[in-house]
Design a protein around this ligand. Structure first.
Ligand code: UDX
Length: 482
């Protein structure tokens, strides 16, 4: 069937770039598969990834048992409390637990009884070297293998360095019961916090790495119909995750590089990057300058990618440069405030936002939290407001109202792009503040309206030449004499 026939038949064909080059290459298929069979699935880990995965699989019609070892978190789940902020998740968990297609337990043996698919969604936190700590994953794989009462596929959804699935496969064989065959598949997740349910139900692609077709089919059948399915070997699937997040980080860091240029040129980075992003080969997503990327994934995965490069004897300077640019970006606000206010000791600085991005209460590796620590170390008195986050032990005064947070501030920083911040009463902010400087690190405020309120607004990469930078670029001068 050629592309035109397929189009008429309503079947999307892989675009040319997806056509497999040979049998061993990754294959991308869209063709709707046979009606999906409901499967009995054990999901290990009820964190950001595991809980979303378990609930969405149950919502797709599978029979899911989610294993959580943390007693407090398990009790909360049994009370119907969702420990993470994810739009739509609470409703899905309530509906599927009520329907009996999702249940929670701490007992892996009970969860694996008669189960042919175990999905490991446990943490793989970074070690100091950048390599992930795989102990939780190995322990979960051993327990699942020992508990399997029938041939089963262990699906590794956690982000792991290439080669991990092979090692987990060997470990599983050591723990499997006699007569039980355990196979391994890699099925990395691409869930953005704040969009996880949407990203699970409407993924750009599902990547399944396995040694055999049977395991790939079992995993593929878990997902919605007619989703782009990339089937490959486990190493390729494991690397897709690192490569994807590293590329996203490179895009963000490139946007931050352009922003620094624009501040010195007096050009508007949002205009420049809009012009760049409209090129269909580039795309506008993840091309927004800010205070640097944060969160529990991008920094970890870029570090993991760079560590992998070194382990392979193949250093990856692009990834390392993205890290360096990001470190600079995460200090750019403090640098600006020093240039604008001089010594920060004794100054009062308000920081609006603590979450690593809007739409979540997650502060892991948050650039906003890093900023608060930088300002505190510089001797500033820091006042903070975030609509969702209160962070005990933060070296700052945390208040439940943005205008109260702005009282007496010599400068105010918007560090998380919460939409509510753009909607604040700028005149009221101006009256509350002592100084005039507003640094909108994440380009979420209306700079013109801030200026109309008598404030002195600075975005990231935005607007007039920021003459406080040490090198002030002078436009070329042409004289009549040429
Ligand atoms: C990321 C990946 O997007 C996702 O595919 C993967 O599964 C997990 O890691 P997440 O960490 O939830 O998701 O956050 P994301 O929305 O990707 O943002 C990461 C960081 O980049 C945030 O700090 C965000 O503020 C920053 N960012 C994002 C930018 O600075 N500019 C952008 O244009 C986009």
């Amino acid at each position: 069937m050629n592309a035109m026939d397929a189009a008429r038949a309503g079947q999307r064909q892989p675009s040319r770039s997806h056509q497999p080059r040979s049998s061993h290459e990754a294959r991308v298929t869209y063709a709707p598969r046979s009606p999906r069979r409901a499967s009995l699935v054990c999901v290990v880990g009820a964190g950001y990834v595991g809980l979303t995965t378990a609930a969405c699989l149950a919502d797709l019609g599978h029979d899911v048992c989610c294993v959580e070892s943390n007693p407090a978190r398990l009790d909360a789940l049994h009370r119907g409390e969702i420990p993470i902020v994810e739009p739509g998740l609470e409703e899905i968990v309530a509906a599927t637990t009520a329907a009996g297609t999702l249940r929670f337990t701490s007992d892996i043996a009970a969860a694996m009884d008669g189960c042919a698919i175990a999905m490991l969604c446990v943490g793989t936190p970074p070690r100091a070297t950048g390599d992930p700590d795989l102990r939780q994953l190995a322990a979960a794989a051993a327990q699942v293998s020992a508990a399997a009462t029938r041939d089963a596929v262990i699906v590794v959804k956690s982000t792991v360095p290439p080669g991990t699935c092979e090692a987990i496969g060997l470990l599983a064989v050591d723990h499997a019961r006699a007569g039980v065959t355990i196979t391994i598949a890699s099925n990395p997740e691409f869930l953005r916090e704040g969009h996880a349910v949407t990203d699970f139900m409407h993924p750009d692609r599902v990547v399944v790495g396995s040694a055999g077709a049977r395991a790939a089919e079992l995993v593929a059948d878990l997902y919605p119909e007619d989703v782009a399915m990339v089937t490959c070997d486990t190493r390729a699937a494991e690397l897709v995750k690192y490569a994807s997040n590293t590329f996203l980080a490179i895009k963000i860091s490139f946007a931050n590089e352009v922003a620094g240029m624009c501040e010195r040129l007096g050009a508007d980075a949002l205009e420049v990057l809009e012009g760049v992003g409209l090129d269909s080969r580039i795309g506008s997503e993840f091309l927004h300058p800010g205070a640097g990327y944060g969160g529990s994934c991008l920094p970890k995965d870029v570090a993991g990618f760079a560590a992998l490069g070194h382990t392979l004897g193949w250093p990856v300077p692009l990834a390392e440069a993205a890290q360096q640019v990001n470190t600079r970006a995460r200090h750019s606000v403090t640098d600006k405030l020093r240039l604008l206010l001089g010594d920060l000791a004794g100054r009062t600085v308000t920081v609006l936002g603590l979450a690593f991005k809007a739409g979540t209460d997650d502060v892991r590796d948050s650039p906003a939290v890093a900023l608060v620590h930088q300002l505190s170390r510089a001797g500033a008195s820091v006042h903070v407001f975030d609509p969702l986050v209160f962070l005990p032990g933060l070296p700052a005064t945390q208040v439940p109202d943005p205008y109260e947070a702005a009282l007496g501030a010599d400068a105010l920083v918007v560090a998380t792009a919460w939409p509510a911040f753009a909607a604040l009463d700028y005149d009221r902010l101006a009256k509350a503040m002592n100084g005039r400087v507003v640094v909108d690190a994440v380009n979420t405020m209306d700079l013109a309206l801030l200026a109309e309120a008598g404030l002195e607004p600075y975005g990231t990469g935005r607007g007039r030449p920021v003459t406080f930078h040490p090198v002030v670029w002078q436009p070329l001068q042409w004289t009549a004499s040429g």
